[in-house]
Design a protein around this ligand. Structure first.
Ligand SMILES: [Zn+2]
Length: 329
């Protein structure tokens, strides 16, 4: 808009009635959302301004894409590109709404359900689900966490889930040829009260949780409950001069013994939970509480996606923001 017209527009704002002010505000909020994500995406090309197909950094501006992002044309190979070319978010039609979905995922409040979010954004639930999986796939790469000082370790458990699996359906459709899957259905846990029965612990998947006093946190799925598995997972995390606090499971004792690390076993009964005033595992216990609170609304995510959900919680704990995800995509 030309400066002259803009001034007239600003003057006209004075004549709006309260309802019109509301409407104008909503419209401006919408536009702000759009320009915000556009500037985020354009920041990606400004960092490295070489052509994604030939790598030469002679370019000229070449209009805008349909989503309003600056398009460039390589003067060497003649191809056009924008800040999204070659990234995993390159084919999202509504990057502004994707940013809203990211804010919902990484904000401080509980993430909304896919359906609720889809209703709010006026999108199909499968679109929101796909975006969520896309965002999780972007944040799943991370550097190894470094621990030091007093390190607390424990495990928490998540019930195995085949959410979305067709194995029971296939069994009922053809009982002669397809055997019954060797696991309880989710409804059995509530209708038959399976939680209290023996032998069900094999359906509980262990998740190793490690925390130190400096705020480093780690949640990692373990393939099984054997001590050897625990040792393998713990070994690279422990520096030589650390002190390990645990509930005394075999794996921890072995890791400490082989690495020559001091190991403090804390009790689980009231009054024995803190040793010498500073050795306890209350940071990992509170991490378990955070995990339970985070995972509960999902009603048992499918086990094939559990790693992504764990990483999602880690990203929330580490304070990774929506713009970090856009930049990393
Ligand atoms: Zn080029």
């Amino acid at each position: 808009m030309r400066q002259h017209d803009f001034r007239r527009f600003l003057n006209a704002l004075g004549d709006l009635n309260p309802a019109q002010i509301e409407q104008a505000q909503t419209k401006i909020m919408d536009l702000r959302r759009k320009t915000e994500v556009i500037s985020e995406i354009e920041a990606r090309t400004n960092q490295e301004n070489s052509c994604p197909s030939c790598g030469i950094d002679r370019r000229q501006k070449w209009g805008r894409t349909r989503t309003g992002i600056q398009r460039y044309r390589c003067q060497s190979c003649g191809k056009t590109y924008s800040g999204r070319t070659g990234s995993v978010i390159s084919r999202i039609h509504r990057p502004d709404l994707f940013l809203v979905a990211l804010r919902d995922m990484l904000g401080t409040s509980t993430p909304r359900s896919v359906r609720a979010l889809a209703r709010q954004l006026g999108l199909n639930k499968y679109t929101v689900w796909r975006w969520r999986m896309l965002a999780l796939s972007i944040i799943q790469h991370r550097e190894a966490t470094a621990f030091s000082g007093i390190i607390e370790a424990d495990e928490t458990y998540q019930r195995e889930s085949r959410k979305g699996s067709r194995e029971w359906v296939r069994h009922f459709a053809d009982p002669q040829n397809v055997p019954q899957p060797p696991r309880p259905r989710w409804e059995d846990f509530t209708t038959k009260g399976l939680k209290m029965m023996r032998g069900l612990s094999k359906w509980q998947l262990p998740i190793l949780t490690v925390a130190d006093r400096g705020g480093a946190r780690l949640l990692q799925r373990l393939p099984n409950r054997q001590s050897a598995t625990l040792e393998r997972a713990m070994e690279p995390l422990m520096p030589k001069d650390a002190v390990l606090c645990s509930d005394g499971a075999n794996g921890y004792a072995t890791v400490a013994a082989t690495g020559g690390i001091e190991h403090v076993v804390v009790g689980t009964k009231p009054g024995t939970r803190v040793t010498a005033g500073c050795y306890h595992i209350q940071n990992v216990n509170s991490l378990h509480a955070r995990y339970d609170k985070f995972i509960k609304p999902f009603c048992g995510p499918a086990t094939k996606n559990l790693n992504l959900y764990i990483r999602w919680l880690e990203a929330r704990l580490a304070g990774i923001g929506p713009t970090d995800v856009i930049r990393a995509s």
